[in-house]
Each structure stands twice: as structure tokens, then as C-alpha cells.
Write a protein that binds this ligand. Sequence first.
Ligand code: NI
Length: 144
Amino acid sequence: MPPAIVAITRREEFSASHRLHNPELSPEENRRLYGVCNNANGHGHNYEVEVTVRGLVHEQTGMVMNLADLMRLLRERVLPQVDHKHLNLDVPFLEGIIPTAENVAIALWRQIEPEMRRYEGCHLHRIRLFESRSSFVDYQGPES
Ligand code: NI
């Protein structure tokens, strides 16, 4: 078969709490901006994250990369850092960051992207983070 590029996606879940609060703004401004998400003691989400890798289908394997490898990478190295954690308090790579879905997606990209460099012919294409069933954000890296 001629060379073809395919995007593959692994979906995983994690549960976490967070609080949306900008310490540079007044309490009133924070309440106006973030509403109930500014609740002082936080609130929880069941997040879903979809990690998409895009690349050439290797002739020998018929795969872009093994989805089981992607699953292991997420379950062993990434999700334990955020699952059942308070994103404002417990996660070193989110320190000093307002943990909106946008910012969490960017931070997850920065955790996952370097790990992808060992896989030849493919690259991280998109992080899609669902904060609820009907709300999600997409991040496709600093160059797009
Ligand atoms: Ni929230």
C-alpha cells in the first residue's frame, strides 16, 4: 500500500477537583468571572481526555503506533498525576496555573509530547479534554 497518514486516539478518564480563581483579581471579580467555579473549597469533575497521535502507518506493523503503548503511557505516567487530585494543590506541573480546561489541556500536552519523541514517524496531534459531557477544549500544540 502507498504511504498513508492516519490519526489514532486513545480516550481515558480521570476525576479531579479544582477551583477557578485568579489571585490577582478581587473576590468580587473572581465571582463574576468564574461563578460557581470560584467556590472557595473547589468542586469536582469527571474529566475525559482524548489523546490523538498522527503519523505514517508503518508498512511492517500496519500501525501508526501501538494504541496499547499510548494507553500505558497515559495510565502509568500521566493520569496518576491528576486522578483523584486537587488540581490547584496536588499537581506539580499545574503549580501557579489557573486550572481551566484550556490550561489543563496545555499542561497535559507538555507532559505527553516529549514522551512521543521516541516513536518514529508520528507526533502528538491533539489533546481534547472534556470537563463535562457537553463541554470540551482542544489543544493542538504551540504551532497551531
Ligand atoms: Ni470546574
